[in-house]
Design a protein around this ligand. Structure first.
Ligand code: AVI
Length: 322
């Protein structure tokens, strides 16, 4: 059994009991990302069906110099929820073509991911200096440093904003706006696109319900985590992974559906499921250019410059503080 710290165990227990006692039942997506879940997410990003990561990378390959050239130089690059920063290298390399040294400030809850970024990036891209910050950018404060009054480019890529509802997304962007405040600063937001002429609903759903079952394992890991960390007794085979498109709210929803009537015990508490009852585990919002423009406008930014991949599946938006 993996040892969790007392505070983390309390947070997981609180989330599990609150979410599974509500109607409909929910579990918050932050529970996905223990070590096992983070490894499964890395596998998802390489699946043939999960086009998001490849599409965003293709935009950076084609447009990194243009994106970097739009921000005031010299610049520093910060990143919310950077993880191992695997795509960020393309932007950092473009920045080092314009200035000899670039300060990169990744902000993430995962110390191991930050360590990996701090080790690998300077070795791969001479001129990059990494200053990591361990913080949860939603619940904690964070500071983006601005040495020598440099311009700030803040990255919020990978469709991370898609996992939040509108109010929460706005508050994340407003909090960031307090630090992205000077003329020539910018934010770069990566969003997955809503179905369009070039993107079917089926394509979108397949990205969240792959043939190899990796996304199903990622979704079920949330129950496995409750078993590991709280001693719960979920039978993983008694739930099925479901992903569907909710057109009203423009989001993919992930659920775990109980195959029959069953009772699960968590920390001495019994949670009953009716046949077919589901636990809502994740929303992944999909954007139109107009929808993102409105969100940025409400959060204190300009209408963005818009960059898309060749298949029109994904976009990155570059916006300035107003
Ligand atoms: C992390 N996030 C942007 C992913 C997404 O696409 O919403 C999480 C994910 N869930 C299932 N597959 C990937």
């Amino acid at each position: 059994m993996i040892e969790a710290t007392d505070a983390l165990r309390e947070a997981v227990l609180d989330e599990a009991i609150t979410g599974l006692s509500s109607t409909p039942k929910t579990l918050s997506p932050w529970l996905f990302y223990d070590d096992a879940g983070s490894a499964l997410f890395e596998q998802i990003t390489e699946l043939p069906e999960y086009y998001l990561t490849r599409a965003e990378r293709s935009i950076f390959v084609a447009r990194a110099d243009e994106i970097i050239g739009s921000v005031r130089h010299p610049l520093t690059i910060a990143e919310l929820g950077s993880g191992t920063a695997s795509k960020t290298g393309l932007l950092l390399a473009a920045a080092t073509r314009r200035q000899p040294e670039v300060l990169y400030q990744p902000i993430d809850v995962s110390a191991s991911a930050l360590e990996q970024a701090a080790r690998s990036l300077p070795a791969a891209i001479p001129g990059v200096v990494v200053r990591p910050q361990i913080a949860n950018y939603i619940t904690n404060g964070y500071t983006i440093e601005r040495p020598h009054d440099e311009g700030v480019l803040a990255l919020y890529i990978g469709s991370s904003i898609g996992n939040f509802g509108r109010d929460e997304a706005r508050s994340i962007l407003r909090k960031l706006r307090k630090q992205v405040k000077n003329i020539g600063d910018a934010v770069l937001i990566g969003v997955d696109l809503a179905p369009n002429r070039d993107k079917t609903v089926e394509r979108l759903i397949a990205a969240y319900d792959d043939a190899a079952g990796v996304t199903a394992a990622f979704n079920k890991n949330i129950l496995a985590r409750l078993n590991r960390e709280l001693g719960a007794d979920f039978d993983l085979d008694a739930f099925r992974h479901r992903a569907y498109w909710n057109p009203q709210d423009s989001r993919i929803e992930m659920h775990l559906q109980s195959l029959g009537a069953q009772t699960v015990t968590i920390d001495g508490r019994r949670i009953a499921f009716t046949p077919g009852e589901s636990i809502h585990t994740e929303n992944s919002y999909k954007f139109t250019e107009r929808g993102l423009r409105e969100l940025l406008h409400d959060s204190g930014y300009s209408s963005p410059e818009w960059f898309q991949d060749a298949d029109h599946h994904f976009a990155v938006a570059l916006a300035y503080p107003v």
